[in-house]
Design a protein around this ligand. Structure first.
Ligand SMILES: [Ca+2]
Ligand SMILES: [Ca+2]
Length: 217
């Protein structure tokens, strides 16, 4: 019986390895950041030859595997501030923040949730002339990067943020198998059955031998 349990455990281990997402796939995904560059804790891309309105900026970032940036902390803002100063962009840059759906309720378009961090220019957001999209810009006086609501139709650069791929894990053995998986599972099942028969046969032999020894005594 103990051997039978061992075989069951071996079989389950093999099946788990085949059913788990492969490490090589994960590595491939995490290595492919181009054209994004690491700034602070995230990967970003700013195309300094292309100014777009906010809607075009969002589509553009999606088209290259990212989203308009969702600035989530002062640390992230300061890292971007350093980068924007270095590349010397004399323009505003779009973020994903907006209050398009409801005036005054600022949402990250990437997450669909309220913004978790803001650093507004003084007296903003002011919705002057119906401003619903958030840009950031280096301030002339103190060289800090700050946020402002502006008209979504204005054309600025876009800060794109790399979008981490979503990894799906199988949580149940009840999955639809393709032809190869079916074949693999069938072979494993046959191997399991043969191994179980082998242990059962050995166990019977041992019982018979023990009976013979007992009879001789
Ligand atoms: Ca507004
Ligand atoms: Ca404003």
């Amino acid at each position: 019986m103990l051997n039978f349990i061992k075989v069951c455990l071996i079989f389950l281990n093999i099946f788990t390895i085949f059913a788990s997402p492969s490490n090589s796939n994960k590595n491939e995904n995490t290595k492919n950041y181009y054209p994004f560059v690491k700034i602070g804790g995230k990967y970003y891309f700013v195309n300094v030859s292309l100014k777009m309105n906010w809607y075009e900026s969002f589509d553009y970032c999606r088209s290259i595997g990212g989203d308009l940036v969702n600035i989530e902390s002062l640390e992230e803002l300061l890292a971007l501030q350093k980068y924007v100063l270095e590349i010397n962009i004399g323009s505003q840059l779009w973020t994903d923040g907006n209050d398009l759906a409801r005036e005054g309720r600022y949402i990250s378009h990437t997450t669909g949730r309220p913004l978790v961090f803001t650093k507004w220019i003084q007296n903003n957001p002011d919705n002057a002339g119906n401003e619903d999209c958030i840009e950031v810009c280096i301030q002339v006086n103190d060289k800090t990067l700050q946020m402002n609501d502006n008209k979504c139709e204005n054309e600025y650069y876009a800060i794109c943020q790399y979008r981490e791929p979503i990894v799906y894990y199988r949580r149940s053995f009840c999955v639809v198998l393709n032809e190869n998986e079916n074949c693999m599972l069938r072979n494993l099942g046959e191997g399991f059955t043969q191994a179980a028969d082998m242990f059962k046969s050995c166990a019977n032999d041992n019982v018979n031998k023990a009976s013979e020894v007992k009879a001789l005594n």
